[in-house]
Design a binder for this molecule. Structure first.
Ligand SMILES: Cc1cc2nc3c(=O)[nH]c(=O)nc-3n(C[C@H](O)[C@H](O)[C@H](O)COP(=O)(O)OP(=O)(O)OC[C@H]3O[C@@H](n4cnc5c(N)ncnc54)[C@H](O)[C@@H]3O)c2cc1C
Ligand code: SF4
Length: 284
């Protein structure tokens, strides 16, 4: 709205809906209301013990002033940061035009994976770690309550250049449910500025460890694709393994195999490779 891209006739204040601002711990899962602020997630001591990666991701979002007001629902549903999209006089593919200006233009912050001609990446830090934690999102849709996986929540943006996520216009995120089965989790990012900035590349990892071996693991990248990016075959490489740098290298190689960088964002590939190694070493 500040940049004159959206001019809605009616604004709905979600803050006035009761019950959306609670964090509810549980044995099998934690429930986070869509109106919980990023600062609430950052500050919750029990949540930090249960999901260290979620705490780390929240602490990286923007600045403390923004985290004090930014909500979980708004963070997950945030729109593209592409500078062409955010220029009010540029009518690119995502706004219904016929050209992606970033492909041949300034694309240092853009995707290295995409299923459609728009290369604007998904930049929500919370989405990256919540995908690694296999969280589900409960959405109110036309009077019904539907549950989406984090993959579902963004899948439509993989194919469709005009979308930022899979929510319909009248959908309302009510809450996010985070399963507790993970032994450890971590979130790391590299950004141009240490604070007040979106990630150039982010990486989240979550593992379930038993008898000294990884039983199950997830590695997810952010700011590299229109969705939180993971590859099932890369996750499968972790099953039954103990940590080694060689294992981290194999996971990174598989996860990054299909990367197609553009003229100004080739640096994302080695940054992602390093973050995958570091995040996995941290949780393993
Ligand atoms: C300088 C700066 C740096 C930032 N850095 C980061 C960063 O590093 N990482 C990161 O993840 N984010 C970052 N952000 C984004 C920031 O976290 C988001 O702007 C914020 O999370 C939006 O939250 P909000 O509650 O204000 O949502 P709003 O701005 O009010 O809403 C955003 C969108 O979500 C929709 N929406 C809101 N709530 C719901 C709901 N419950 N259900 C369905 N749709 C909903 C709104 O309609 C709107 O389309 C940064 C922002 C700024 C300004
Ligand atoms: S990357 Fe997407 S949002 Fe950016 S100019 Fe291209 S079509 Fe528009």
């Amino acid at each position: 709205m500040k940049e004159s891209i959206a001019e809605p006739g009616i604004l709905v204040n979600l803050r006035s809906i009761p019950g959306l601002d609670q964090i509810e711990p549980g044995d099998a899962q934690w429930v986070l209301g869509a109106g919980v602020t990023v600062a609430q997630i950052e500050d919750h001591a029990g949540l930090r013990r249960a999901f260290p990666g979620l705490h780390e991701a929240a602490a990286e979002v923007a600045s403390r002033q923004i985290r004090n007001v930014a909500t979980l629902g708004g963070n997950l549903a945030q729109h593209s940061r592409c500078w062409y999209y955010r220029h009010r006089d540029i009518y690119c593919l995502k706004k219904g035009g016929d050209t992606c200006h970033a492909r041949e233009g300034e694309n240092k912050f853009h995707s290295i994976f995409s299923g459609n001609p728009c290369i604007s990446p998904m930049v929500s830090s919370l989405a990256v770690i919540l995908t690694a934690l296999d969280a589900t999102v409960v959405v109110q849709r036309e009077g019904e309550t539907v549950t989406l996986t984090m993959t579902d929540l963004y899948q439509r943006a993989w194919d469709n250049p005009t979308l930022h996520h899979s929510l319909d216009r009248s959908d309302l995120i009510l809450r996010v449910e985070v399963p507790t089965r993970w032994s450890r989790s971590a979130y790391l990012q590299v950004a141009e500025k240490a604070a007040f900035d979106w990630a150039t590349v982010s990486c989240a990892a979550a593992v379930r460890v038993a008898d000294g071996r990884i039983q199950e693991g997830r590695v997810v990248l952010g700011s590299v694709a229109p969705v939180p990016y993971q590859v099932a075959a890369a996750n499968r490489l972790l099953q039954g393994q103990t940590w080694s740098d060689a294992l981290g290298g194999s996971v990174a190689e598989r996860l990054l195999r299909d990367a197609t960088p553009f003229a100004h964002n080739g640096h994302k590939v080695p940054i992602a490779r390093a973050l995958i190694q570091r995040a996995l070493r941290h949780v393993s």
